[in-house]
Design a protein around this ligand. Structure first.
Ligand code: CUA
Length: 330
């Protein structure tokens, strides 16, 4: 028994649509979801995907059906029938996409408004971007670190400034991206709702070391966050080697340098175990505060951020130098 063309078309559409649904939705294309804002973004993405999949199924089924059904048979070299369009059909396929795009626009607007809705008295963290590193300052705590730490379930606002060129702050699990532009302060509101360590990635090509401009965003329980703040305060008041060790870890020095004492294995810059022994405290201090003054053989100038001298207090710098001297004494 021959099926009617409409049933054949619908069957084709269902098969194609189902295959596309499996490819689009069953495979986890996106990273894990780590913030409230990310959940809203993903819902919008899902709605848009489903609309696209349905349209794809209809278009693909009609195309495939036409290719098979109306193909030129061998020996058939007649012209096709002249067709002058169909006003009703054209009105329909203009009206339906216009309505869908309007729905997506309204839904996007709602997501945007919700994601930018700041709760009163939220925590503010200052972010500095510089070729090629991130630093995070907790103004009410007087703590600056190279790794972003935030408590879970609490909205935080990053106030971001660049010291040189345009960078862009991105945590894939949080979904949102924001450019960091010299001369203005940009804002990034986020409510992390999943504990763990996530990558912070610069997504704006910003120079030679762009690919190395990465750090971590660590989402802690409220208790662990408070404990970390307390440790930072104690390390700062302890001074000396203990504080220096803390500064080395906080600033992420180990992601670029080898330092056996800290278990650091970074390969971007010179190994501290090899280059520091024999250097004076002043020379080490200069290498940190003015890294381009003297470049170790085999390395490029301009890769190490030039602003540690301003970012770190004198006390922090002294402590770091003392720690590095102790750690590389041999
Ligand atoms: Cu900063 Cu790329």
């Amino acid at each position: 028994m021959r099926k009617s063309p409409i049933i054949q078309l619908v069957l084709l559409g269902v098969v194609i649509g189902a295959a596309a649904m499996v490819a689009a939705l069953a495979i986890p294309w996106l990273p894990d979801v780590g913030s409230k804002e990310a959940r809203r973004v993903d819902d919008l993405y899902l709605l848009t995907s489903v609309i696209c999949l349905v349209i794809f199924a209809i278009v693909a089924a009609a195309s495939l059906y036409a290719v098979i059904k109306f193909r030129a048979r061998p020996g058939d070299d007649e012209d096709g029938k002249p067709i002058h369009g169909h006003t009703g059909l054209e009105a329909l396929w203009t009206a339906i996409p216009a309505a869908l795009v309007t729905v997506i626009a309204i839904y996007s607007g709602i997501v945007l408004v919700k994601n930018e809705d700041a709760v009163p008295n939220h925590r503010v963290i200052e972010v500095k971007a510089v070729q090629f590193a991130w630093s995070f300052t907790y103004p009410d705590l007087g703590v600056t670190t190279g790794v972003l730490r935030v408590p879970v379930g609490e909205q935080v606002e990053l106030q971001m400034e660049s010291e040189d060129v345009i960078h862009s702050f991105w945590v894939p699990e949080w979904r949102l991206k924001q450019d960091v532009v010299p001369g203005i302060t940009t804002r990034y509101l986020i409510t992390p709702d999943k504990p763990g360590a996530f990558p912070v990635i610069c997504t704006e090509l910003c120079g030679l070391g762009h690919a190395t401009m990465r750090t971590s965003a660590v989402v802690l329980s409220s208790a662990a966050f408070d404990a970390w703040i307390e440790e930072e305060r104690q390390a700062a008041s302890a001074g000396g080697t203990a504080q220096g060790e803390r500064v080395f870890a906080d600033q992420g020095c180990g992601s670029c340098h080898v330092l056996a004492a800290a278990g650091a294995t970074g390969q971007v810059g010179p190994s501290l175990d090899e280059t520091l022994p024999g250097l004076s405290a002043d020379a080490i201090r200069q290498s940190i505060a003015d890294p381009n003054a003297q470049i170790a053989p085999g390395f490029q100038p301009g890769v190490m951020p030039p602003d540690y001298g301003e970012k770190l207090s004198d006390e922090q710098l002294d402590a770091l130098v003392q720690y590095l001297m102790d750690a590389t004494k041999g």
